[in-house]
Ligand binder design. Structure first.
Ligand SMILES: Cc1cc2nc3c(=O)[nH]c(=O)nc-3n(C[C@H](O)[C@H](O)[C@H](O)COP(=O)(O)OP(=O)(O)OC[C@H]3O[C@@H](n4cnc5c(N)ncnc54)[C@H](O)[C@@H]3O)c2cc1C
Length: 380
């Protein structure tokens, strides 16, 4: 068993770390405060190849695979988990979706621009009454001659307000719930498409989250990805891979929280000793470090499974997302506890990390949904 990363993988991850420290760190607090997106950084990440990290060279990507992607997500998330989730959605849902399910024409049309960051992408499955239960989708896609007409409103779409490319799911057969969903891809300039409400979020405030509105939005039939009524399978397959990105995000946040706790515990003096001299604090730090390490091992194993072409890693990716996100919760909780009252104040980084972490237990399948997936797999 070989746990080492190749020189190229190490280089890509190291460069992501350097980028995060140089280009994301100086802005993250301000963007968190204002709830604004770092578009400039996203574009720069595109120029560096990070928005086409798993896309083959022939479509303009750098083809570095899931391990390099996971390491990149971890490093970006350590510094700015909001920007990182936009990188995650773009790579693991939009690019991978077109790569896996698109026609050659769709690949040629979309991937070169997405892989270089000229275009940014979003993935829109959720609706007001369809979160964990995609069978409840109400957005419709009605076939009319050579077109589909889209009508409906999606909610909670990350990057929805600035994305050039919209990957969206709608019912092509309203009577069939989960077996009537189809996937479509369109650009933001399509008449009938508009951006609705902007959410004011608790955390990852440097990422946007919006409603998307489709009113008699006419798209040609070749905008469909995959086959008619097979969209749910596409969404679920992509979310299996997407969970690697979200797990990496959770671990990056946890690693940052651990580092903050170590640093603070060595500085803060109570009872004439630094906090780090108290065994109660040492034990918390030891538990946090062990959990982060365990989650990292799981992360790279699942990424390795994906890179190795293992077809079914559904259970493992659900376990990874479940463990990493809840681990991150525990680590952020303990880090804030170690900071005492200061950790509750916006002057300290842990206050933001604690807020940013929370979403990792919710999106791309809540913890409960991960358990449903795991239980189904182990009982089959
Ligand atoms: C910041 C943010 C960004 C997002 N980005 C995107 C995006 O880019 N694209 C997109 O499509 N969606 C996105 N989402 C939506 C996200 O995926 C959903 O919020 C998530 O899937 C949960 O759906 P819900 O919020 O409707 O909760 P619900 O499904 O209503 O769940 C509420 C509670 O019930 C539990 N529950 C539901 N069903 C079961 C069950 N069968 N068994 C046990 N418990 C259950 C859930 O676990 C949860 O605790 C985003 C959400 C947020 C908050």
């Amino acid at each position: 068993m070989d746990f080492s990363l190749s020189d190229e993988q190490q280089m890509v991850i190291k460069e992501a770390k350097r980028f995060a420290e140089k280009r994301l760190a100086p802005k993250v607090e301000e963007l968190d405060e204002k709830g604004e997106v770092n578009i400039t950084a996203l574009k720069e990440l595109g120029e560096l190849g990070y928005l086409g990290i798993t896309v083959p060279e022939k479509y303009g990507g750098v083809n570095m695979g899931a391990i390099a992607y996971a390491g990149t997500m971890l490093e970006l998330s350590k510094v700015d988990a909001g920007t990182a989730v936009e990188v995650s959605v773009h790579n693991s849902l939009v690019n991978e979706g077109i790569l896996k399910f698109g026609t050659e024409k769709q690949k040629q049309e979309y991937l070169p621009k997405l892989a270089t960051g000229e275009w940014l992408g979003c993935f829109s499955l959720s609706e007001a009454n369809a979160g964990s239960d995609p069978g409840a989708l109400r957005m419709s896609a009605v076939r009319k001659g050579g077109n589909y007409v889209l009508n409906g409103t999606k909610n909670f779409t990350s990057s929805g307000d600035f994305a050039d490319v919209i990957f969206v799911f709608a019912q092509t057969d309203m009577d069939k719930t989960t077996t009537g969903i189809s996937a479509f891809i369109l650009t933001k300039d399509t008449p009938g498409f508009s951006v609705g409400k902007h959410e004011n979020k608790m955390g990852i405030r440097s990422a946007s989250c919006t409603e998307l509105v489709f009113e008699d939005c006419v798209i040609p039939v070749d905008s469909m990805l995959g086959k008619e009524n097979k969209g749910l399978r596409i969404a679920l397959t992509l979310l299996d891979g997407g969970r690697i990105g979200i797990a990496a995000q959770a671990i990056g946040i946890a690693e940052a929280a651990l580092e903050e706790a170590i640093r603070y515990s060595k500085e803060r003096v109570q009872f004439k000793r630094t906090l780090s001299k108290f065994q109660g604090i040492q034990f918390m730090l030891a538990e946090m470090a062990t959990e982060v390490e365990l989650a990292k091992t799981m992360l790279f194993r699942v990424a390795w499974m994906k890179d190795s072409g293992v077809k079914d890693y559904v259970k493992e990716s659900a376990m990874l997302k479940l463990y990493a996100s809840e681990m991150s919760h525990r680590v952020c909780h303990k880090s804030l506890q170690i900071h005492g009252g200061y950790g509750y104040m916006k002057d300290y980084k842990i206050e933001r990390l604690y807020r940013d972490q929370r979403i990792t237990e919710i999106y791309e399948g809540t913890s409960e949904i991960q358990k449903v997936v795991i239980a189904r797999k182990i009982l089959e």
